[in-house]
Design a binder for this molecule. Structure first.
Ligand SMILES: Nc1ncnc2c1ncn2[C@@H]1O[C@H](COP(=O)(O)OP(=O)(O)OP(=O)(O)O)[C@@H](O)[C@H]1O
Length: 227
């Protein structure tokens, strides 16, 4: 786990800065209205809101997967102007965890985890094995991902999200569909990532995040409010 605990704090630094963002679809559907959110290293922000409130839309803006109609999004202080710069920031600074992790079925589990790494093969393999062990799925490294249970798949997804040692981790419903015990484990793992001075944003209907989040925000009618 060593190298993942060495991240220096950068206290007070803003890792994610969403500033007065509006997101419209098709010119008429306004999903987000003048939304601002600042997340610092060490924070786990729990993003709440009813189905269709715009949580996934906000995460995709934070993850530089889409652009705001108005307003700005900065990750790690970087102004993300061009698509290629966004891709570079996404690859090097952001880890994603989704509700249903997608893996390449023809590759082994560990090869899926290594896929995003720019490291030489042997180093990437060592880092991937270390991460799989950290999340207690080391014994699944050489299995096909199609054979993983839901809880194992989500823990492999956590390993993959950490492969490039991201400063920002974005998770969309990471505990949905998991049994209570596995869901609690995933919440604990996400809290650890914040303790390592990463910035973590989790969109979830899971009230268990009340115990691990450093704060919560709620999307309602396109607007973001505290708690
Ligand atoms: N690409 C798109 N084009 C048009 N409308 C979209 C698009 N993406 C999302 N929407 C709409 O934006 C609204 C917010 O969707 P979003 O998926 O962000 O909600 P959510 O809060 O994540 O919901 P859930 O909790 O059900 O996952 C919905 O009304 C959805 O239909």
């Amino acid at each position: 786990m060593g190298r993942y605990l060495k991240r220096s704090g950068g206290h007070g630094m803003t890792l994610l800065e969403i500033d007065s963002v509006t997101k419209e679809f098709d010119g008429d559907l306004t999903v987000l209205r003048d939304v601002s959110l600042t997340v610092r290293p060490g924070e786990l922000v729990w993003l709440r809101g009813r189905s269709g409130a715009g949580k996934t839309t906000l995460l995709s803006l934070a993850g530089l997967l889409s652009s705001p109609t108005h307003g700005t999004v900065r990750v790690d202080g970087a102004e993300v102007g061009t698509a290629s710069r966004a891709a570079e920031v996404r690859r090097s600074r952001i880890g994603f965890v989704f509700q249903k992790p997608l893996f390449l079925p023809a590759l082994s589990t560990v090869d899926n985890v290594m896929l995003p790494s720019p490291l030489p093969h042997s180093e990437a393999r060592a880092a991937a094995d270390q991460l799989l062990t950290r999340f207690d799925v080391g014994s699944r490294a050489d299995h096909r991902p199609g054979l993983l249970s839901g809880g194992e798949a989500q823990r492999v997804a956590l390993a993959r999200a950490l492969m490039n040692d991201p400063a920002l981790v974005l998770a969309d419903e990471p505990t949905a569909g998991l049994d209570a015990e596995t869901a609690a484990l995933v919440r604990t793992h996400l809290a650890e990532l914040a303790h390592e001075q990463r910035a973590v944003v989790v969109a979830s209907h899971d009230d268990g995040f009340a115990d691990v989040a450093t704060r919560s925000v709620t999307l309602r009618n396109g607007e973001l409010t505290d708690a």
